[in-house]
Design a protein around this ligand. Structure first.
Ligand SMILES: [Zn+2]
Length: 167
């Protein structure tokens, strides 16, 4: 048995709670240093509120990876949390107070919409934290070849063996 082709052991992975803690503070889930979203003072529209910064200036991981990257975060985390809050407020109001339908709708929809807007950043940050935890970013030299130099020369391949059958 040969041990030359064994993979190098990967370093121990940090527990997910460390990544989640950074994400709940809306910090870069990998390093926890830079902010993942624009500051509140610089937020002028809902687009600014919902859109993360380009990436972490310290460790270099991109926050906007591809179009539609945060769809699962929006559906699986944000909408589920907003609907849970809406259903809870509906249940509490209906069982304790029995308001008219209009009031019951308002008591249900206002917390639902507010939760969806307020938790949008956190759901995206938690989703990115899970992605970074499951698939940690590679060091820059291993992730991509340098863009300035010439393209790497592929290793020469041995010529195919030609077998001639004698008839
Ligand atoms: Zn970072």
């Amino acid at each position: 048995m040969s041990f030359t082709n064994r993979r190098k052991p990967s370093p121990p992975r940090e527990p997910y709670r460390h990544f989640a803690r950074r994400a709940l503070r809306l910090r870069c889930p990998a390093c926890g240093q830079s902010s993942m979203f624009p500051a509140l003072a610089k937020t002028r529209s809902l687009h600014d509120w919902f859109t993360p910064n380009e990436g972490c200036p310290r460790c270099g991981i991109p926050f906007q990876r591809e179009p539609g990257y945060y769809l699962l975060a929006t559906w699986a985390i944000n909408y589920v949390a907003a609907c849970a809050i809406g259903l809870a407020s509906f249940g509490i109001a209906d069982s304790l107070w029995h308001p008219p339908v209009g009031v019951l709708l308002a008591v249900t929809l206002v917390p639902t919409v507010l939760t969806a807007v307020l938790l949008a950043r956190h759901s995206k940050a938690l989703f990115l934290a899970m992605d970074v935890w499951l698939d940690p970013p590679k060091p820059p030299d291993a992730a991509s070849p340098p863009k300035d130099g010439p393209p790497p020369v592929p290793a020469p391949t041995p010529p195919p063996e030609v077998t001639v059958s004698a008839r």
